[in-house]
Design a protein around this ligand. Structure first.
Ligand SMILES: *[C@@H]1O[C@H](CO)[C@@H](O)[C@H](O)[C@H]1NC(C)=O
Ligand SMILES: *[C@@H]1O[C@H](CO)[C@@H](O)[C@H](O)[C@H]1NC(C)=O
Length: 294
């Protein structure tokens, strides 16, 4: 048996388990209390550019790490605030060598504190200070499998709660009463990263970015293998790189934002034509998430 045949064979065997069993959440527990989750102060965000205002996506969290032997911290993953003491992220961001040291919320320009904007229309200056939280507990999914990315979901519990403001608020989780986005729908991801210049010089994007991506059918995911509990999106023609690993794939429904996916890229993603991105499907892990937030 040559290696290619073996490879195909192994893939078929592994994929015997890759059904699409996980579908829409069921109405078992009724509608969870949502409060102000998924709400952002200015809903007049700009769909045309990657410009983002300081109170847009106020649930985006930067996760800091200090690697062995280093004296400085690095932000290597993103997460999303889903409750006053919890951030949802990927299991791969909180297992193995990756031990988070802090979580930063209400961040916009990474070198400025506070971040301020001046709204000329109403003559108001709006400012936000970042908020750091220590880690009480990291909870990767117990069945997370490094080899095939299965069950790549995890929770970080802070050592002190976050008070919700215009700059810090949770994103809503999917629920049976919210339609699931389908193939072709536009969703958003948001993170910090680099801009790729024509001469291939990378410049840090100091300000939080957003990017729209489109849900692809499983057959069109091409370069990535999509297992049960996962989905993929395609992305077209922009020149930037984002550290969006662990961050939310976001869907807007009736002026509220819902988290449909957790980004699974393991390194910085430089978007070019037809980039395919893989996500854990949040709706498949609601039971696990709610059970572990107690
Ligand atoms: C969902 O479940 C709740 C509580 O069991 C029930 O009151 C409600 O009618 C159900 N809603 C739908 C749309 O089935
Ligand atoms: C939380 O953790 C941070 C960082 O480790 C620490 O500075 C802070 O004092 C802790 N706060 C509480 C309330 O334990």
């Amino acid at each position: 048996m040559n290696w290619f045949v073996l490879f195909v064979f192994v893939n078929i065997v592994i994929c015997a388990h890759c059904g699409e069993k996980c579908t829409t959440p069921k109405n078992e527990t009724g509608i969870p209390p949502r409060g102000l989750c998924g709400f952002q102060q200015s809903d007049d965000y700009n769909y045309k550019t990657d410009e983002i205002s300081i109170n847009e996506f106020p649930w985006i969290a930067r996760i800091a790490y200090q690697r062995a032997g280093e004296s400085y911290e690095e932000y290597l993953c993103t997460g999303s605030l889903i409750a006053p003491q919890y951030v949802l992220t990927a299991a791969h961001c909180i297992s193995g060598d990756l031990k988070p040291t802090r979580v930063r919320l209400a961040e916009h320009h990474v070198f400025r504190n506070p971040d301020c904007i001046y709204d000329e229309d109403i003559g108001v200056r709006d400012c936000s200070y970042y908020i750091d939280r220590g880690i009480a507990k990291s909870i990767p999914h117990p069945d997370y499998d490094v080899q095939n990315n299965m069950h790549d979901v995890g929770l970080i519990k802070f050592n002190a709660s976050i008070r919700y403001t215009d700059y810090t608020r949770s994103i809503c989780l999917p629920s049976f009463d919210i339609p699931e986005p389908t193939v072709g729908d536009n969703l958003f991801i948001s993170a910090w990263g680099w801009k790729m210049e024509p001469d291939a010089v990378f410049l840090a994007t100091k300000v939080k970015q957003k990017t729209s991506v489109q849900i692809l059918s499983k057959d069109n995911c091409k370069t990535v293998q999509v297992n049960e509990g996962q989905m993929c999106t395609g992305y077209n023609s922009r020149t930037e790189c984002l550290y969006e690993a662990g961050g939310p794939l976001m869907f807007s429904y009736k002026n509220k934002w819902f988290q449909e996916g957790i980004a699974l890229s393991k390194s910085k993603n430089c978007f070019r034509r037809s980039m395919t991105l893989l996500y854990t499907k949040v709706s498949c892990y609601l039971d696990w998430i709610y059970k572990n937030m107690k």
